[in-house]
Design a protein around this ligand. Structure first.
Ligand code: PMV
Length: 325
């Protein structure tokens, strides 16, 4: 059976940075995100008796050894759960350029989990799929559920799960993704997660989390864009402060990142409301209401530091596209 699944990428408003358990990917705090309709991975998985090892193709090319090892590890987990021993052929395609510096691990492991579990003959519940995806990459757990999602940190494999808090239609907001640097090598998030405890600010970050989560959930529920935006922007700076004060330091911002951050502040003081957030890379995600997408897009196109702009809107989560027998 060949199963094809698609999964969206997601942007976190409250971030996952730091693991309590790095084997199970149990985080120190809950995180909140929105799935993005225009940035996705489509993956097909087929377990075949004629294979003598797993075969992994990503964007029409054989996966690098490092990429392959991560996929094989996830396939191994799926085989153990399903009680099968066959190797698999995995073909995965991102609809965004690899060099764009958009992390593909969230959409990638979500799509691999959905396609792989079904191809292995399992019918996992949506919650069980969030647990499986989490093992591949923490943020992938949030790409399984629909729309606006909370990943509950939990304390064990069984309790660390993601859940939809609102459907995609709840709120017409958008993520204007500003690609500032093409193809730059980064410190991987896996390496970054391991360094957090060395930051003197990490404890304070974690202590403030429950209150921040409560406040942002209330702002999302009430569609209070100003409160929501202030929290998500503070949160991005908070996470990056922890990154920069880790030992050795993790600095993802480039001069272009800062230029876009400052532009967002200038626009905001002149009445155009939008807020920024950044993940483990130099690109900036500008979160705005749908009515402002076009104007922000235009302004970005006039900035010489901007390489490319993508717009992501709230999306459903991962799903099976096709089952071929
Ligand atoms: O899922 P990972 O291990 O690649 O970590 C994701 C980390 C951030 O993107 C920086 C934050 C997040 O919550 O998505």
């Amino acid at each position: 059976m060949k199963v094809t699944a698609i999964a969206p990428s997601n942007i976190a408003f409250i971030k996952f940075w730091g693991k309590r358990n790095s084997v199970l990917n149990i985080p120190y705090n809950n995180s909140i995100s929105m799935n993005l309709d225009s940035v996705s991975t489509t993956t097909s998985v087929e377990f075949l008796s004629e294979l003598i090892e797993d075969e992994v193709v990503i964007n029409d090319q054989a996966a690098s050894e490092k990429e392959k090892q991560r996929v094989v590890k996830h396939l191994q987990l799926i085989r153990e759960m399903a009680g099968i021993r066959l190797f698999a052929k995995v073909i995965s395609e991102n609809n965004f350029p690899k060099s764009a510096g958009i992390a593909s691990s969230a959409s990638g492991f979500a799509a691999l989990s959905v396609a792989g579990a079904r191809a292995a003959g399992m019918r996992l519940s949506p919650t069980a799929l969030t647990r499986l995806a989490r093992r591949g990459s923490g943020s992938a757990s949030r790409s399984i559920s629909n729309g606006f999602v909370e990943w509950i940190k939990g304390t064990s494999d069984a309790t660390s799960v993601a859940k939809s808090i609102h459907s995609p239609s709840h709120w017409a907001i958008a993520d204007v993704i500003v690609i500032t640097t093409l193809g730059e090598k980064q410190i991987s998030s896996t390496e970054g997660h391991d360094r957090v405890v060395s930051s003197p600010f990490y404890k304070a970050r974690i202590l403030g989390m429950p209150e921040k989560i409560r406040e942002i959930k209330s702002a999302i529920l009430k569609r209070n864009f100003t409160n929501f935006g202030n929290i998500l922007e503070e949160e991005a700076i908070n996470m990056h402060s922890v990154m920069m004060t880790s030992m050795p330091p993790v600095l993802y911002w480039s001069p272009q990142t800062v230029e876009v951050m400052r532009a967002v502040w200038d626009w905001r003081s002149a009445g155009l409301e939008s807020f920024f957030t950044m993940d483990a890379g130099p690109n900036v995600h500008i979160i705005c209401e749908e009515k402002n997408v076009q104007l922000i897009h235009q302004r970005l196109m006039n900035m010489s530091c901007v390489q490319k702009v993508l717009v992501g809107r709230p999306s459903v989560g991962a799903r099976v596209l096709e089952v071929e027998k």
